[in-house]
Design a protein around this ligand. Structure first.
Ligand code: DX5
Ligand code: ZN
Length: 225
């Protein structure tokens, strides 16, 4: 499978109409991935859906799946999402018992392995293990809900991660998620993000293709080379 080039725009279906999922997925065919938020009402105080729903999304989506697991015990549950065919599976560092072993397992199954950090979680511990991951997700809101305001205080962490990634020549995508919109995507791109999740900014737009293209354009204009 050839991978989409940066900047990648991944609409979050958390902002979609859940009872019209097939039609909602058809609307984002010009995106790079569909971002699928799995929440267990335990790791985060909200509940979405599990593997049965994600399997149907996988069968229906015009673009590959970028699964974001906001769940406890990902060591046990994350491999199932890779097995059902998700292109990318991201679990939370705060929830994993053995993040490196889990990342290796995800890759073994054939998925890209991602690790996510909440706004208050530091990333220095990941520096010497960057090669174990295909994606690092820096949350730009507290995980759990769509439509929250972007937290600019997460940008220094993203910047350090981008510098370290460059320094080590690691082939890892840097993703941001939460409050990403026309007025915030530029600063995230400038800080080093290359993969952008946007829920309300995409599904809340009148013209979805124009919204995706606009976000991509703004990210490109601000990206550090
Ligand atoms: C939040 C989720 C996000 C959310 C983003 O916990 O991980 O993916 O859908 O929504 P917006 O773009 O509306 O902040
Ligand atoms: Zn998400």
């Amino acid at each position: 499978m050839s991978l989409p080039a940066a900047p990648r725009i991944n609409p979050s279906i958390l902002a979609a109409d859940f009872v019209n999922m097939q039609a909602e997925l058809a609307r984002i065919a010009s995106a790079d991935f569909v971002h699928v938020d799995v929440m267990d009402n335990h790791f985060v105080p909200n509940l979405t859906f599990g593997p049965q729903m994600v399997e149907r999304i996988q069968a229906t989506s015009p673009v590959p799946l970028d699964v974001h697991l906001m769940i406890s015990d990902p060591d046990r549950w994350a491999p199932g999402y890779a097995e059902l065919g998700a292109a990318s599976v991201t679990f939370h560092l705060e929830a994993a018992a053995d993040p490196i072993r889990l990342a290796r397992r995800l890759r073994e199954i054939g998925a890209r392995a991602g690790v996510a950090v909440k706004p208050g979680t530091e990333v220095e511990g990941l520096f010497e293990h960057l090669h174990e991951f295909d994606q690092i997700l820096v949350m730009t809101v507290e995980p759990g809900f769509g439509g929250q305001g972007f937290m600019p205080e997460t940008m220094p962490k993203l910047r350090r991660l981008a510098e370290e990634t460059r320094r080590r020549g690691a082939d890892v995508w840097l993703q941001v998620d939460g409050g990403i919109a026309a007025d915030t995507i530029g600063q995230a791109a400038e800080a080093g993000a290359d993969t952008f999740v946007a829920g309300s900014a995409v599904f809340g737009a009148g013209d979805i293709d124009a919204a995706i293209a606009g976000l991509r354009e703004t990210a490109s204009a601000h990206h550090r080379h």
